[in-house]
Design a protein around this ligand. Structure first.
Ligand code: GDP
Ligand code: MG
Length: 792
């Protein structure tokens, strides 16, 4: 019965991995199983799809392919799982699969009692959901030009025609299988919340793959509107889409949209409201027609569990474990499972393929059939030619230039952050000093004045000075993300990351980790693989975040005259090295390496918008200020109080501190830090720095100068450190001690905020691990360095 199979045998089937650059072939099948295969199928690697080999990454792995007009990166090992054949080998007729739509009657929905309508945004990663969300709700969520930026759902509200609408921005997904956390999230969210309507955002430049998700959403039998986003790009590309015909063929309302400038937003919203209103009467719902056999199965099984929607029933036939679990507790669960298993067998036998491929093929066949009618590609573009928006790759992922450009960009980013940032930093510092003085003069001497001037203004002020640098750093990160370069960075460095058992995408959290560990840990959500995510989360704190910089700057300025830049850089490099070794160690031991996949989309380059960039900068600045207003403020006051009490008459400030609670704590841990070259003052700074690493410097300020508003710029603190002596007259600090101290600050205990992020992403167990591991490593590295260096 299977003519595809027969034709196959007359053609030479090869592996995609062996195809030369520039060649276009068609997919025969994807080997392997589970998540990897599923992901490739849903990215469009279905029977008959045309794939063009575009280029090898500069380090020869991974490889960039074009499929369905979008650019996908695959490692060699993965491409060798794809069987392909020549284009002229006519081994399948996709049109065969197009059976059009079926109509199901859906009962009327009760109008919402509280009159708040709930609409969810569903779509592929990077199709513009958040842009629309921000535009409609006035929210300021992060928009980025690579997959996986939105990882939570975000809620916002707006009003239209006097009605209040709640809009929910869901994570981007290519499909709704059970294989990735995002997909499970979206599925479960829709099932549990049953929104009044689904607003399906699709990238008009990439309809084939985007509409694949639409075919699944349609089956959920919730009123749906398809927003054809990036309409501006479609028009520019010269492709022509007959929206009316497409709507009819798919059985879904479609409205063109350009989310980032707001064109079409009103129409999209109105169409959505209309769809909801219509659902209050009995309506006909449109679904993909899977052909007689499968349709009959759906009808029969759907009859056995009337409370499940068509999507879930189909998933049960597909042997989706999460869908099958929904049957638990039902009287006829066993019967349903048995029937579904029988059906699966029958379908697989009939189509001579496995169920997942059959359904994927049918869905893609449906989409392709509809597109063949309604979409006229630009006649001037030939097969294998890339769409506009990719031309910069000629330079940016060029075999010879890619790495130098990447390094240059990274260097520029950090140079700008730290040198440009120094100016506003000075102004803020002077301002704070002035305020402190003013308050100090205006208030009578006493505990309250000391608390405000030294504890609060001093503590928080020492941290506020970093705001400009944080803003500049996130300005650059935002540019890199919005333009689409981040995905290229992952593509370029994947080979290296692979060495330590990770994915090129881990590069992004690591990079952000140089700014702040908290957003970096959150950014690991772009990683699909759980193991990769965990390894990245646990190693990100070794990337030296900007909060540690003041301590380095102070120590480097005080104790190194030559090569200050190099010394600073060596600290950063050691952090990277420890992270790499840790990742390798973890991959070899308790977080064993499974086959990590590098199926990543390379979006077209887009011009970053000023709006997005400022939103991102501002939201990061806000996060930082919030951290400061809460954790750091509290910590500054505690640190101040620990050093201020108990009070004794007639002590010098230094004696006072030495006898304070903080001094006692520092002395208690002195034996532990002594082999690293530290004295009790440094021990105390390390203890207080656990709250937030910025506090290391302000604690040193309190301990050595009696002032809390110390910063790395304070000449007085710098001089005090240079001249500080031990009881035996020897200098406390020298370059070796300073370096050992920097190593410790680099590696030990991530701050409280970072641990809070780890807790949220990985749980308490890993927080405990991280605390012990990082502090242990810090002690060991400082110990080895110090003990060797003093003997040289
Ligand atoms: P999400 O991942 O679906 O939330 O997508 P985002 O809202 O983060 O947008 C992805 C990228 O597409 C960003 O760089 C946006 O600026 C860009 N973008 C969004 N909508 C449009 C549009 O209508 N036209 C164009 N040309 N770009 C858009
Ligand atoms: Mg988003």
């Amino acid at each position: 019965m299977n003519k595809n199979q027969d034709k196959n045998q007359n053609n030479i089937v090869r592996l995609l991995d062996n195809e030369p650059v520039g060649k276009t072939v068609q997919v025969v099948r994807v080997m392997g199983d589970g998540a990897f295969r599923q992901r490739l199928l849903e990215m469009g690697f279905v029977r008959g799809a045309k794939v063009t080999v575009l280029k090898n990454a500069p380090l020869r792995d991974p490889v960039e392919y074009m499929i369905m007009g979008s650019h996908i990166s695959l490692r060699h090992s993965e491409a060798s799982q794809v069987e392909v054949t020549d284009l002229d080998a006519e081994f399948c007729d996709m049109e065969d699969a197009f059976n059009g739509i079926v109509e199901t009657e859906v009962a009327a929905v009760d109008p919402m009692a509280d009159n708040v309508l709930r609409v969810v945004l569903v779509g592929n990663p990077n199709c513009g959901k958040t842009s629309l969300f921000n535009n409609v709700t006035g929210a300021k969520e992060k928009v980025g030009n690579y997959g996986g930026v939105t990882v939570d759902s975000k809620e916002g509200w707006f009003s239209i025609g006097g009605r209040k609408v709640q809009l929910v921005d869901l994570p981007g997904t290519y499909s709704l299988t059970e294989y990735s956390p995002e997909e499970m999230y979206v599925r479960t969210y829709i099932r549990d919340n049953r929104p009044d309507a689904i607003l399906n955002i699709v990238d008009s430049g990439n309809l084939e793959r985007n509409l694949y998700l639409t075919t699944q959403v349609m089956d959920m039998n919730i009123p749906m509107v398809v927003a054809l986003n990036m309409w501006d790009e479609l028009e520019k590309s010269g492709d022509k889409l007959d929206i009316e015909m497409m709507s009819r063929l798919l059985g879904a309302r479609m409205v063109p949209l350009t989310a980032y400038n707001g064109h079409g937003v009103k129409e999209v919203l109105e169409a959505t409201i209309q769809a909801i209103d219509e659902s209050e009467q009995e309506t006909l719902h449109h679904n993909v027609n899977y052909g007689t056999l499968i349709e009959d199965c759906l009808k029969e099984l759907g009859g056995m569990c009337p409370e499940l929607d068509r999507y879930t029933v189909l998933k049960i036939i597909e042997n989706d474990q999460h869908a099958i679990q929904l049957l638990d507790g039902k009287d006829n669960a066993t019967a349903v499972k048995q029937t579904a298993a029988d059906m699966r067998q029958r379908i697989e036998r009939d189509y001579n393929d496995d169920i997942v491929s059959i359904i994927t093929d049918l869905k893609y066949g449906f989409v392709r059939g509809a597109l063949a009618e309604a979409l006229t590609p630009n006649p001037e573009r030939t097969t294998g030619e890339t769409k506009p928006g990719y031309s910069m790759d000629r330079l940016l992922t060029n075999r010879w230039l890619a790495l130098p450009i990447l390094l240059l960009l990274m260097w520029l980013m950090f140079e700008a952050t730290f040198t440009l940032g120094a100016y506003p930093q000075d102004w803020i510092e002077n301002g704070i000093g002035w305020i402190g003085e003013w308050i100090g003069n205006a208030m009578p001497d006493g505990i309250l004045s000391d608390l405000i001037v030294d504890g609060i203004i001093g503590g928080v002020g020492g941290v506020l000075v970093f705001l400009p640098q944080i803003l500049i750093l996130f300005f650059f990160i935002s540019l890199l993300e919005d333009s689409g370069y981040m995905a290229r960075a992952a593509f370029i460095v994947d080979r290296i990351m692979h060495r330590v058992g990770l994915h090129g995408k881990s590069f992004i959290p690591y990079l952000i980790g140089f700014g702040c560990g908290v957003p970096a840990i959150m950014a690991t959500r772009t990683l699909e693989n759980h193991r990769d995510r965990l390894v990245t989360i646990l190693t990100v704190p070794f990337m030296s975040c900007s909060a540690r910089l003041p301590a380095y700057l102070l120590l480097v300025a005080a104790f190194f005259t030559a090569n200050q830049g190099l010394i600073l850089m060596s600290i950063y490099l050691i952090g990277i090295l420890v992270a790499a070794l840790t990742a390798i160690l973890m991959s070899k031991t308790f977080l064993k390496h499974d086959k990590t996949q590098f199926v990543m989309e390379l979006p077209p380059y887009r011009k970053p918008t000023a709006r997005n960039t400022t939103i991102h900068m501002w939201s990061k600045g806000k996060q930082y200020l919030q951290k400061m207003a809460t954790i750091i403020l509290a910590a500054s006051i505690i640190v101040w109080a620990l050093g201020y009490f108990p009070r004794h008459e007639g002590q010098t400030p230094q004696e006072q501190i030495e006898n304070s609670y903080m001094g006692r704590m520092g002395k208690a841990i002195e034996p532990i830090v002594e082999p690293l070259g530290f004295n009790w003052q440094m021990g105390v700074s390390v203890l207080t720095g656990a709250a937030a690493k910025e506090i290391v410097v302000s604690t040193m300020g309190v301990l050595y100068t009696g002032e809390a508003d110390a910063t790395e710029e304070s000449t007085s603190l710098k001089e005090k450190l240079q001249t500080a002596t031990k009881p035996d007259g020897e200098h406390v600090f020298n370059p070796i001690v300073a370096y050992s101290f920097m190593l410790f600050i680099l590696l030990y205990f991530p701050c409280i905020a970072a641990l809070a992020a780890i807790k949220r992403e990985a749980g308490w167990k890993w927080v405990a691990f991280e605390v012990v591991y990082t502090t242990g490593i810090a002690w060991l590295v400082s110990f080895i360095f110090y003990q060797i260096a003093i003997r040289l």
